[in-house]
Structures are given as C-alpha cells and as structure tokens.
Design a protein around this ligand. Structure first.
Ligand SMILES: [Zn+2]
Length: 54
C-alpha cells in the first residue's frame, strides 16, 4: 500500500479507548455482546468478564 511520508497524520488513534471486540465475545457460545464488560451473554447467560486477560 502507498505510504505517504510527512503530511499524512495517522487516521487511527490507539491508546484512548481500548476497545477490543474480542473482550466482548461470550466465552461459552461465542455471541458478540454489545454491552461493555462486565456483562452477561444474552444467549446463554454466561458472564462476560471485564477485560483483564492481559
Ligand atoms: Zn453466550
């Protein structure tokens, strides 16, 4: 991909809001949970833990 130097600020800003959708996937059934963890899976009721996997 083209890489323009000196003039193109990065579009993606990382570090502000650590949104990681992997943290919102039910570990039991794999359903994507839109609620911010900790939450409860809407399908199987499994708890979605807060992001502490690091
Ligand atoms: Zn589930």
């Amino acid at each position: 991909m083209p890489n323009d130097e000196g003039g193109s600020p990065p579009v993606r800003e990382q570090g502000g809001d650590p949104v990681c959708w992997l943290e919102r996937v039910c570990p039991e059934c794999g359903l994507f949970v839109e609620d911010e963890p900790p939450a409860v899976c809407g399908r199987c009721g499994a708890p979605i833990p807060e992001e502490d996997a690091r």
